[in-house]
Design a protein around this ligand. Structure first.
Ligand code: CDP
Length: 797
């Protein structure tokens, strides 16, 4: 490197804790969200939802609604059916009702829509629609779904005899059986990971604008995956794809909730086509909580075969997933239950077998990857709860049991018994950093002393390694569309640049970090690079942002396209310096002659030459596109350790300390990474402690408002101590980065639950289902029994 080299941190490159550029508008209230957009002549749509969870529709009388002044259109399932739009395909090869025709299958299901001059008229008109229902028996859990004589929820589907959607398995059943036969101890754990809701602050919404004169359909919408939506609209509505423009403006949080296609989108599009006016639909909070994609709701039952010295010999697991009324999970089509089989990946387990069954129920569909990579949260939660149970059964120390079973640093690349290939990690080191930070030995001493005085202290450890960055396209597709991503980079003649990707951030800071990657690769100051995402007419095709795939895939594409630009700039530099390309060296932001380092040209000078002084035969301009198909997923690793005190009289528990050690490879922006971890831990704490959304026996959604479904504020949220000492670069990512967005939300919940279970050790309680509400913890202590949170809940008290 010569003395002229730029200081990468100063120009906002890799490793700079650059302030988020998008915050300039967000904290001033200048963001532009879907609901901020008003188009000339725009009408408003509201949805009438079913009050019942399962009922036959006998009749719908909308005549009174049509009569209300200001009403332009009332859409019913019958009308949708005449256009073949009453049902739509889901992202998991099932079908989903857009507006109900035959039956309603969950409380909150879309039954009719009104389009009116304003949302208030539309809402009043919805209430004027008379729907006659004939109630049917209701199913709210998998046990009821497969019980003999259970009503068939999806009687619309030819050949659907019961409520089972799929049976799926992975692993080695015989080998696992043999390992269990040879075990000294078998440890078992059953639990329910409850339904939870991503609950973004901004609900879902769309503005469809069909222009008959140009035949162009423009849809502004809150989607995390605009190109997938464009493809879906083209296929479902049979509109030409080049005449569809999806614009995803600023998004007020997504967390997976804004990946699926919702009936509201479809209805607003049809209404705009019929009325030839823009139609806006903005969902309200209850609508969002009750009807949009939920997450989890899975019953996990597993066994671990153990040798007396603590070695894990095998794992056997069964999952029962409650998918609600339609199988609409947005996930790679090859894996019926997402990436649940990533469970136990960080442990060196010789053999394992997993079976999974999906069932319908009278609940809103979903299975969305709420801040996780397709059911990895459930996988990691079960893993770490099971590890704690097994260590307890063996009478072993929690930390020691993990340490001895981790995949060691010298075992990479490591193939898991379910077929994943882990490429790198320092699991033991992360654990040691965490234990030291929390003062493990000291805490154990304090815990014993406190116990002697009747106080209940507990410590919970959780680790996670998450497969982030779907594709590769060999294995990952959604509806047959292969999973990869893209970036386009245009360097203007003055050296300023614009980068566009197929991802779509929802608050993660892409506008800041993508510019940092360009800066790292080209030496252009990050402040000279603008980032644009979310418009299908301008962004290159991509699969969108969810499952923490942006950095592993779109971020990699940004690095790769910048390298293409650098390769062309090198030829321009050779031309400007009048030497051959082989004689040119690169340092950040500058090419120079190897034999005369003072003779050089900056990247900005090369950019100017690309438009004003290119060599003969060279195509002018300095822009390119890269499509990136990753060779593998990235595998970040983390250790979360939580200490708590539980009040034995009330079951209330307080967090004393939370330590997080995250290894996400190279950190592009350490400050943003810390923000992601804090957000994830906050959600993990909320899931473990307070978020309660469930169903009674009639299928009524309990917790469909923010009085019951609690979002933690800064007041409730405990402090977190973050550690970044361990960095294991991803060997196949161009800049060594691994995903981080979801890690803490994925790995965090088990640390909180393990801490509470540890605090009440000695009672014989193996499990309390989340959320660990005080009454559940109190019941566990008082009656020395496990407490289930599975629906139906009692409503008689
Ligand atoms: O896909 P999503 O953006 O939700 O998740 P991500 O790829 O893990 O990135 C979340 C944010 O953290 C983005 O702004 C990333 O660029 C940033 N990040 C980082 O600075 N360093 C990493 N190693 C990983 C992510």
């Amino acid at each position: 490197m010569t003395s002229q080299a730029l200081d990468e941190i100063k120009i906002g490159g890799l490793g700079a804790s650059r302030k988020r550029v998008e915050d300039n508008r967000f904290i001033r209230g200048k963001g532009s969200y879907t609901d901020d957009i008003t188009l000339p002549g725009m009408l408003h749509m509201e949805i009438l939802r079913s009050p019942l969870a399962h009922a036959r529709i006998k009749s719908i009388d909308a005549s009174k609604a049509w009569d209300i002044p200001g009403v332009h259109l009332v859409l019913t399932g019958e009308m949708m059916a005449t256009r073949n739009l009453a049902w739509m395909p889901t992202l998991s090869y099932d079908t989903q009702a857009v507006l109900a025709t035959d039956k309603v299958r969950f409380q909150g299901q879309e039954v009719a829509c009104v389009i009116a001059d304003d949302p208030y008229i539309a809402k009043d008109a919805c209430e004027a629609i008379d729907v006659e229902y004939e109630p049917l028996p209701v199913i709210v859990n998998p046990e009821q779904a497969v019980a003999e004589g259970a009503p068939v929820i999806r009687d619309d589907k030819e050949g659907q005899a019961g409520n089972v959607i799929y049976d799926w398995e992975v692993g080695d059943a015989d080998g696992t059986e043999r390992a269990f036969a040879a075990a000294d101890t078998i440890s078992r754990l059953q639990l329910h990971y409850p339904r939870s809701h991503p609950s973004p602050i901004e609900c879902c919404g769309s503005i469809a604008d069909f222009n008959r004169a140009t035949s162009k359909l423009t849809v502004y919408m809150t989607t995390q995956a605009p190109h997938i939506i464009r493809a879906a609209v083209a296929l479902v509505a049979e509109l030409p794809e080049h005449m569809i423009r999806i614009i995803s403006p600023d998004i007020g949080g997504g967390f997976g909730n804004k990946v699926p296609v919702y009936p509201g989108y479809v209805c607003s599009i049809l209404a705009s086509i019929l009325l030839e006016r823009p139609v806006k639909w903005i969902e309200d909070k209850s609508g969002n909580l009750i009807s949009t994609g939920f997450a989890r709701d899975i019953y996990l039952d597993g066994e671990m075969a153990l040798r007396q010295d603590g070695k894990i010999l095998a794992v056997r697991m069964h999952a029962d997933a409650d998918h609600g009324a339609f199988f609409s999970d947005a996930q790679p089509s090859k894996f019926k239950i997402g990436l649940l089989h990533s469970t136990f990946a960080c442990y060196d387990i010789p053999v394992a077998h997993l079976t999974a069954r999906g069932t319908y129920s009278n609940k809103a569909p979903g299975g969305v990857a709420y801040r996780c990579s397709f059911r990895v949260t459930e996988a990691m939660f079960f893993q770490e709860r099971m590890i704690q149970a097994a260590a307890t059964d063996l009478g072993m120390d929690q930390a020691e049991f993990r340490r001895m079973n981790f995949v060691r640093d010298d075992q990479f690349p490591h193939r898991t018994p379910f077929g994943f290939l882990l490429d790198s990690g320092q699991y033991g080191k992360c654990l040691e950093v965490g234990l030291k930070a929390v003062g493990y030995e000291d805490f154990r001493r304090q815990q014993a002393e406190a116990r002697a005085r009747g106080r209940l202290l507990g410590l919970g450890i959780s680790t996670m390694t998450e497969p982030l960055g779907a594709g590769n396209s060999r294995e990952y597709d959604i509806l047959g569309i292969k999973m990869f991503d893209s970036a386009e980079l245009k360097v203007h003649m003055t050296g300023k640049a614009i980068v566009r990707t197929g991802a779509r951030g929802q608050g993660q800071g892409h506008e800041t970090t993508w510019a940092q990657i360009v800066s790292h690769e080209l030496g252009i100051p990050a402040e000279d690079v603008v980032v644009e995402e979310g418009d299908t007419d301008t962004a290159p095709f991509g699969m969108g942002t969810y499952a923490s795939r942006s950095t592993p895939v779109a971020g990699a594409a940004v690095a790769m396209v910048a390298r293409k630009i650098r390769a062309k700039a090198r030829r321009l530099a050779a031309h400007l310096l009048e030497v051959s390309e082989e004689d040119i060296e690169w340092e950040l932001g500058r090419f120079y002659v190897r034999s005369a380092p003072d003779r050089g040209v900056t990247i900005q000078e090369c950019a100017m030459a690309a438009y004003s002084n290119m060599p003969d035969g060279m195509e002018p301009g300095l822009e390119n596109t890269a499509y990136y198909d990753p060779p593998n997923l990235t595998w970040p690793f983390a250790v979360y350790i939580v200490t708590v005190e539980v009040d034995p009289e009330t079951g209330v528990w307080d967090v004393l300390n939370t330590v997080a050690v995250d290894d996400c490879g190279v950190r592009i922006n350490p400050m943003i990474v810390e923000g992601q971890i804090m957000g994830g831990l906050t959600e993990a704490y909320a899931m473990a402690n307070m978020q309660f959304i469930t169903f009674d026996a009639e299928g009524n959604c309990v917790g469909s408002n923010y009085m019951d479904y609690l979002l933690p504020t800064a007041w409730e949220t405990p402090g977190f101590e973050l550690h970044s000492e361990v960095v294991t670069p991803c060997p196949h990512h161009p800049i060594g980065a691994k995903g981080i967005g979801e890690c803490a939300a994925v790995g965090g919940p088990a640390a909180f639950v393990n801490a509470v279970i540890d605090a009440i050790s000695g009672t014989g309680v193996r499990n309390i289902d989340m959320p660990l509400l005080p009454d559940r913890v109190w019941e566990a202590i008082k009656f020395r029994r496990d407490v289930s949170g599975a629906p139906p809940v009692r409503t008689d008290d």
